[in-house]
Design a protein around this ligand. Structure first.
Ligand SMILES: *Cc1c(COP(=O)(O)O)cnc(C)c1O
Length: 296
């Protein structure tokens, strides 16, 4: 298949609080697959790009905010693999590092305002856009839905292919940040109960994510943990200090919004004794580092 990026490396993850609890951890670095098409968003886009290719769609269109990792990956993938792209943005025209990249990558941008963006779930929302971009492939917000989840089966394959190089006979569980829960659902489906999947929710628990995950992947084989620290996109000093300290200790870059909150929630659960000594965990680095420019 011509839609190909290098495998994400699986690396040992050493942190004092993991050692103390006698937990072995590895980190699957989705942030390293490509300088521009980063993280879980590539895996969620794979099937959409294949569908667009098979239906000879001239382009792909999707929606997001002005720091969106999803639109960023879509714009970069479109440019790399020869599709036009269009982005429907929340709010009013604004220059952010992400927006500048989207423009440089050749994405058509349309600002919907806030009310216009809220209408994205209404019947008929896509009609005018389909009329404006005939034959284009439409991707739900954040790359959500079944096609996005299916693309994440490759994440599990890539980790398993590298276990022996790490000297691991196997692993016990996954830990990853969840936003829409699509990546989490993809891992749950690929694991089919073989290993537990733990999702650290970067949005409040009552924002529909548990329901969305249940619809995609059922209710077994995973656990959701609140990691949002007061709301999506909210930062506090403890979080930022923890991210800085973890980066220094591991040499791995994290952003606070998803991977930082997920790692902090893992520390809290490890310290609370969720995992028995000897447990082998794979932490999924979901990427998103381009978004750091928006809040640093
Ligand atoms: C989008 C994103 C997530 C959330 O992925 P979902 O599939 O929506 O749950 C997690 N981490 C990073 C860095 C992201 O950009």
């Amino acid at each position: 298949m011509y839609l190909h990026l290098p495998q994400a490396p699986l690396q040992p993850l050493d942190l004092p609080w993991l050692q103390q609890a006698e937990i072995q951890a590895a980190i699957l670095r989705l942030d390293l697959i490509d300088p521009l098409i980063s993280g879980n968003k590539w895996f969620k886009l794979r099937h959409h790009l294949q569908q667009a290719h098979h239906s000879s769609a001239p382009g792909l269109i999707s929606l997001g905010g002005n720091h969106s990792n999803h639109l960023h990956a879509l714009a970069a993938a479109g440019k790399r693999f020869g599709f036009a792209t269009a982005g429907l943005l929340r709010g009013h025209p604004q220059e952010t590092p992400t927006v500048r990249d989207l423009q440089a990558l050749g994405m058509d941008l349309h600002w919907l305002g806030y009310g216009g963006y809220r209408a994205r779930h209404e019947a008929g929302f896509w009609q005018p856009w389909q009329a404006r971009y005939p034959g284009w492939h439409c991707i739900p917000e954040g790359g959500g839905g079944a096609a996005g989840a299916e693309g994440c089966a490759l994440v599990v394959q890539q980790a398993r292919a590298q276990l022996s190089a790490l000297g691991w006979p196997g692993y016990d569980a996954w830990w990853l940040a969840a936003g829409t829960g699509t990546t989490l659902a993809g891992l749950v489906l690929a694991e089919a109960g073989a290993h537990a999947v733990h999702g650290a929710l970067a949005v409040p628990m009552d924002h529909g994510v548990p329901e969305a995950v249940a619809e995609l992947a059922g209710t077994q084989g995973y656990q959701l943990h609140d990691a949002c620290r007061g709301g999506f996109g909210k930062f506090d000093d403890e979080l930022l200090a923890f991210v800085a300290e973890s980066e220094q200790y591991t040499g791995v870059p994290f952003e606070a919004l998803y991977t930082g909150k997920a790692l902090l929630a893992l520390r809290d659960q490890v310290e609370a004794g969720l995992f028995a000594p000897g447990t082998r965990l794979i932490f999924l680095h979901t990427g998103g580092l381009q978004g750091r420019r928006g809040y640093l």
